[in-house]
Design a protein around this ligand. Structure first.
Ligand code: HEC
Length: 167
């Protein structure tokens, strides 16, 4: 090959390279332009992530709606809590498990299962005695401190206690 041929080759080769560079830049600019024209795509999981990040830390319970929400939450909590002693109405068992803590020894002036401790109290009648045991009386806390017991369970315990002293 002569030197002339080399020059021609380099000239053609340079023009091809230059054309390719121009073409590349043109394609890049076109891509940028098209990208700018497109509406941003909707991405549901992206939106969900944003909602998750900006959601309030806790709910504010206010007004009627708040009261209803609180009542609902309390009802749900109460329903999910297992009944104390499986809701058993076995007065003797309940007395031994709960009431005997004070009533066996007479702690804090609790009437023991002895007739003498009850003569005066019995004049109130069993219903009033049970009501006092449920709401608390003197140094006795409501339901003997076991608010998880039902009213019926307290009534059963009182019935057992009175049965022991009324013979
Ligand atoms: C923390 C101790 C304690 C526990 C536990 C307890 N009591 Fe009492 N109870 C007392 C005391 C003290 C009194 C006396 C209150 C007074 O008349 O001032 C009392 C009184 C009573 C009376 C008589 C109330 C009246 O009006 O005269 C009844 C009935 C009674 N208790 C039932 C129960 C039953 C049922 C339980 C178990 C579910 C129980 N108590 C658990 C301390 C206790």
């Amino acid at each position: 090959m002569s030197q002339h041929d080399d020059k021609v080759f380099i000239k053609h080769f340079s023009s091809i390279i230059a054309a390719l560079v121009v073409f590349t830049v043109a394609i890049a600019l076109l891509a940028l332009y098209i990208h700018g024209q497109l509406a941003p795509g909707e991405n549901p999981s992206h939106d969900a992530r944003i909602q998750e990040r900006i959601k309030p830390i806790s709910s504010v319970y206010a007004g009627e709606e708040g009261r209803a929400a609180i009542a609902e939450a309390q009802a749900a909590a109460a329903a999910s809590r297992p009944a104390a002693f499986d809701g058993s109405l076995d007065g003797e068992m309940l007395y031994n498990q709960v009431c005997a803590a004070c009533h066996a020894s007479g702690a804090a002036g609790a009437p023991r299962l002895e007739a003498a401790d009850w003569t005066e109290r019995l004049t109130k009648g069993q219903e009033a005695l049970a009501a006092n045991a449920i709401s608390g009386v003197g140094l006795m806390p409501a339901k003997g401190g076991r608010s998880d017991l039902s009213d019926e369970q307290i009534e059963a315990s009182v019935a057992y206690m009175l049965g022991q002293v009324q013979q």
